[in-house]
Design a protein around this ligand. Sequence first.
Ligand code: SF4
Length: 443
Amino acid sequence: MNSVIPIESHPRLSNHPESSSRHDIRQERGQREVFCGLTGIIWLHRKIQDAFFLVVGSRTCAHLVQSAAGVMIFAEPRFGTAIIDDRDLSGIADANEELDRVVNQLLRRRRDIKTLFLVGSCPSEVIKLDLSRAAQRLNKQFNPGVRVLNYSGSGIETTFTQGEDACLASIVESLPTQALSSQTNTHHESDHKKLLIVGTLADVVEDQLQRIFKDMGLLDVEFFPGRNSQNLPTIDKNTVFLLAQPFLADTAKRIEDRGAKRLPAPFPLGSEGTSAWFGAAAQAFGISEAVLEKALFAPKQRAQIAIAKHRKLLENKKIFFFPDSQLEIPLARFLARELGMQLSEVGVPYIHRQHLAQELELLPEQTLIMEGQHVEKQLDRCEQAKPDLVVCGLGLANPLEAKGFTTKWSIELVFTPIQGFDQAGDLAELFSRPLVRREKIAA
Ligand code: SF4
């Protein structure tokens, strides 16, 4: 559900020093309009094809997940909700028993499930349940065979993309340590430097990126998460990694705690961002400029041609971002630099200064960036700015459309494959389409 939460309770927003004098970065606190982290299940379950996501929540949570995934019909769905209802309020012991019963029933029936995520939510009955202990208890019963992990998708502490961060961080946490892995001989530390791509990408995007890495001569590239939850990457001091998504603060931290090194780069959105992202890998692996250029030449040209078609419509149009997905800064960079759009305001729930440093460098000087949210004040500024296009969450889109604004749902930017060269045209189209629709309605 859409929740409105005072920003003071947001654990990530406190005492951030301003890091960039090139931009007008301000912070704002007040009510915020966000979707909760359960939403991430929609794209995570599509990617990790042998995993099941069991939300431990209320009927509201069940409705949210079901309606967000409403367009997808599966014979055997890979997500569900264990509803903690009034009957379970009588005692936590009963709720644990009930959870164990549901998990037993599910895993007996579904032999295809290799990883089970217990996903916490925000109703108070669920908060009282210790899902990490439940996961430990169930692991004793089902692992090996099925690994049981837990994370929180609660709307109290997350923006909707942080559900992915929490999920991936729980997997990293469960990876065997080097000591363990050398005993089991399933993972081993070698001196061979390898590249890991971190962040959920659609399979089609992963395949395209993998082909380009191959053309660059990089054959040992792993993607996390992969399609198969049992195929886990090795992470050690010889791992260097590139983030494919800008909202993976906790996951990146846990990967770094394993000794891996993050390659600073912009995110692979648009032709320019994708080129720089591959460039960071090339530099880390000593790949020459000539080899890199040859590998990127054809896909980059395709991307630029595809983007140019949308530039005619988007150039000089004003865009206003409400904070929602944490993709706002890379998207604003793409729209300003490759499509010529004017940035009225770039709202972002939280700025990870290190992960976004290269993106901030590329944004036009003095871009107004608003970190955090006071939704009422932001709506006032939006009305004053009169943007041609507003990017916002679902809860704000309808009222803004009713007032005559043209909107784009930010959640669509996470559900749709947008990374890499071959998606750059589609990404531009996601912004031009609402303007075309508005023109047609007006005609
Ligand atoms: S986790 Fe909280 S915000 Fe999300 S659907 Fe459930 S009750 Fe609503």
